[in-house]
Design a protein around this ligand. Structure first.
Ligand SMILES: Cc1ncc(COP(=O)(O)O)c(C=O)c1O
Length: 419
């Protein structure tokens, strides 16, 4: 048994020594490290206590503020009453797979066989958590970007693999430097996880980079998982899928989500598509983890996928809010541009404030903005000191958005930030 009793004491339950190393072993629950989002929560509480009359401006939330489109909710209201929708959905229903195939064809000119090249998932997070089970044996490597969405990496380590991190840097246009990887690492790489439009950097991937990835995947023998959760929130040109790349279907899958682009974040629905053997491996693992998303939700999603006006409306709203944010921040001394996609603006953190504050990290800057100005951002220090503003704040209409920008500007100007 790999677990030791050294960290247990008599007050512990008998099972304290039974926890697996992957979640901390016998030390589980005893750590004192405070994680990023908990620090933000605590700073928010402090700001509310110190300045009870000042409105908290929350650019920290990474979730759509809008509810699903009325047409989708109406379809759901019908489907929820249909007895035939009651049972286990297992690996999904044909209607949903066919709607996905139409969506992929219409938006990306990608042709997929609904039966073998598309499988639903209960949100893309769950797909990213399951895909490592298809490939990772102890000692294998998953290539992940930093910053990035960590779920596939976490599960890689659960299976005894390791994560090799590739920083996303401005000098590389926020693309991972695949030429930096040594042969020793390549020999152990099984999966490359990409995510474009990228969270949190908001950057897009040019087609040439996807072409390079396809070529390299065949040469070095790894599979590609492209996380397209934010794809319908593309602002620079039309959204593009990895599967448009010649040869992409030979080397990988793309993971999509109804959450962001369709305002269906809590509905928990997405899909994995691409190479049929890889999709099948995913569906085999999935079949051993869950019994599928409620069929009524899958049918309501058909309405969403077939209605282009929904993604257009959601896209236009977040584009408008990001444009206002970029203008406002640049007036306050930030140096930022409109992101290519996602509802995030990722920008260099300030280094100092007029009242003598000095910040050696994104986290220090973010804490200052919350506690001193009641403005919430999320820090990212994985590849330099950055902070992320999300435009998913609640604002009833455009006038409310403008008022929020004006108040943000007033507070940031008074902070006298330097960069
Ligand atoms: C990059 C990225 N991938 C995947 C997800 C998971 O999305 P969902 O499980 O809602 O489809 C998120 C959510 O924040 C994300 O930002």
């Amino acid at each position: 048994m790999s677990t030791t009793n050294s960290e247990t004491n008599s007050a512990d339950p008998y099972f304290q020594s039974l926890f697996a190393e992957r979640i901390g072993g016998s030390g589980y629950g005893k750590g004192t490290a405070i994680y990023k989002f908990e620090k933000i929560k605590r700073a928010k509480r402090k700001a509310l206590a110190d300045f009870p009359d000042r409105k908290l401006i929350d650019f920290g939330i990474g979730e759509n503020d809008g509810v699903a489109d009325a047409k989708v909710r109406e379809r759901m209201a019908v489907e929820i009453n249909q007895p035939e929708n009651r049972g286990y959905a297992d690996n999904g229903i044909g209607d949903f797979q066919q709607a996905v195939a139409r969506f992929m064809q219409r938006n990306f000119n990608v042709t997929l066989d609904p039966a073998t090249e598309i499988n639903h998932c209960i949100g893309s997070k769950t797909a990213l958590s399951m895909l490592p089970a298809c490939f990772i044996n102890p000692g294998d490597i998953t290539l992940m970007t930093a910053p990035g969405y960590p779920v596939a990496g976490t599960h890689t380590t659960y299976y005894g693999g390791t994560v090799h991190k590739l920083p996303l840097l401005a000098e590389n246009n926020f693309l991972p430097d695949l030429d930096s990887i040594t042969d020793e690492i390549w020999e152990r790489v099984k999966i490359l996880v990409l995510n474009y439009p990228n969270s949190p950097t908001g950057r897009l991937c040019p087609p040439e980079f996807f072409e390079k990835v396809v070529k390299l995947a065949k040469e070095k023998k790894f599979i590609v998982v492209q996380d397209a959760a934010h794809i319908m929130l593309t602002f620079d040109g039309r959204p593009t899928s990895f599967l448009e790349t010649p040869g992409a279907k030979d080397v990988g899958v793309e993971v999509h989500s109804l959450s962001k682009g369709f305002d269906m974040i809590g509905w928990r629905l997405g899909w994995v598509c691409g190479n049929p053997t890889l999709v099948r491996a995913f569906s085999d693992v999935k079949d051993n983890c869950d019994s599928g998303q409620f069929i009524a939700i899958q049918k309501a999603a058909v309405t969403a996928l077939d209605d282009e006006s929904i993604t257009k409306r959601v896209n236009a709203k977040y584009r408008r809010r990001l444009e206002k944010l970029v203008t406002m921040l640049n007036e306050c001394g930030f140096d930022c541009q409109m992101p290519g996609g996602s509802y995030f603006l990722y920008t260099k953190a300030p280094v100092a404030s007029a009242d003598g504050g000095s910040f050696d990290s994104g986290e220090a800057a973010s804490q200052y903005l919350i506690t001193q100005h009641s403005m919430v951002t999320v820090p990212w220090d994985d590849a330099g000191p950055y902070i992320r503003f999300s435009v998913t704040y609640e604002a009833a209409d455009e006038a409310a958005e403008d008022a929020l920008m004006a108040e943000s500007k007033k507070r940031l100007m008074s902070a006298g930030l330097t960069f």
